[in-house]
Design a protein around this ligand. Structure first.
Ligand code: NDP
Length: 329
């Protein structure tokens, strides 16, 4: 078909959920006031869950997954967008209930889009993707709660992953002393190159711990959850802040209130999906200022649409280092 484009489509039948590469047309796209030609997308942990069906991320079938994309507007009835504009989309249920970024074209609400920052190419914006933008939301939360570099070290868990890699690079550039917790000690040199001052074996944090333990850090960006988050809280200094954004170890929080009521620790929740537009714009402008593009390149690999299903399995197995861009257009 003349206007056909390649896409990944997740469908479900009695045999379960499957993801296949197919050809779609603009008529297959969902409602929206802006249509875009997609240049690049990315594979986040959540995309891994969506494509493999390991968690019920996709809630409407058949669906094009992909929670992020960068592209160029081809048609618009939205007052803020005109053909030729470049834009980034992160979240808003795209890749969950609305067709997402693993396709040559997308149609979405113009209110969901942010302008592609002039500092970034579409490829770089997707190297950041939801993982990197979430890392910046976590850094902003630490700052809003008064955690400045002089307050003490910052722990980053899941450090060799996507959120973790961007958090390490941004925090180090801002002058924080970063402790990178990882299960991949062979990635210590990589993490030090991003700016980590010290490496912690994640096994130190991933088992059941005490309600309170020796105070070690002033803040934390946690993409892991479960015992790791409970231990991060238990070892946070008086008045410190833990920004919790992930669940790579688990969704549970097997801790106690002791860090909150005895040390005045703050647990700051981070959500990227429904974050309001002003906060998104702030995060993207801070990424343009505070993320070294050379380090972004160093943490990024690029795959094709055909390689997305394998990459989805790899990210859930904890085998993806840093960030993955999917070249589309
Ligand atoms: P990645 O897979 O790239 O990173 C996760 C990292 O967590 C892994 O690389 C690994 O790091 C560590 N990890 C994996 N499994 C375990 C385990 N069983 N125990 C302890 N550590 C583990 O994923 P992303 O960076 O894309 O996402 C990270 C998390 O953040 C996910 O849970 C994701 O759903 C969540 N997220 C939430 C958002 C929000 O809006 N709140 C937005 C974006 C992401 P290492 O090898 O260094 O130990």
């Amino acid at each position: 078909m003349a206007d056909g484009f390649r896409a990944i489509l997740v469908s479900k039948d009695d045999g379960g959920q499957k993801a296949e590469i197919t050809t779609c047309t603009e008529a297959d796209l969902m409602d929206g006031d802006v249509t875009l030609s997609v240049t690049a997308s990315t594979v986040n942990y959540k995309d891994g869950l969506a494509i493999t069906g390991k968690a019920p991320i996709v809630r409407r079938f058949p669906l094009i997954p992909g929670i992020d994309f960068a592209g160029t507007v081809t048609a618009s009835t939205h007052p803020d967008w005109k053909p030729g504009d470049t834009a980034v989309l992160n979240g808003w249920g795209v890749g969950e209930t609305h067709h997402g970024g693993y396709a040559g074209m997308a149609r979405v609400k113009g209110d969901w889009l942010v302008p592609l920052p002039s500092a970034f190419t579409p490829h770089q914006a997707m190297a950041i993707g939801t993982a990197g933008y979430t890392a910046m939301l976590a850094v902003l939360a630490l700052e809003r709660h008064g955690i400045t570099p002089d307050r003490g070290d910052i722990l980053v868990t899941g450090a060799a992953g996507g959120v973790g890699s961007v958090a390490v690079a941004v925090l180090a550039r801002l002058g924080y002393r970063v402790l990178a917790s990882t299960g991949r000690l062979q990635e210590s040199d990589y993490l030090k190159r991003l700016g980590a001052a010290d490496i912690i074996d994640r096994a130190e944090l991933s088992g059941p711990g005490k309600p309170l333990a020796k105070e070690r850090w002033a803040g934390c960006v946690d993409s892991v959850g479960s015992h790791t988050l409970a231990n991060a809280l238990a070892q946070t200094r008086y008045g410190g802040v833990v920004a919790a954004c992930g669940l790579a170890q688990g969704m549970d929080l097997p801790g106690s209130v002791a860090p909150f009521i005895l040390r005045g620790v703050t647990l700051a929740g981070i959500d990227s999906v429904m974050a309001p537009k002003p906060l998104r714009l702030e995060a993207w402008s801070r990424l343009a200022r505070d993320l070294d593009p050379d380090l972004l390149d160093a943490m990024t690999t690029t795959v094709t649409l055909d390689q997305v299903p394998d990459t989805a399995r790899a990210i859930l197995a904890g085998q993806v280092r840093g960030r993955v861009v999917v070249e589309i257009g």
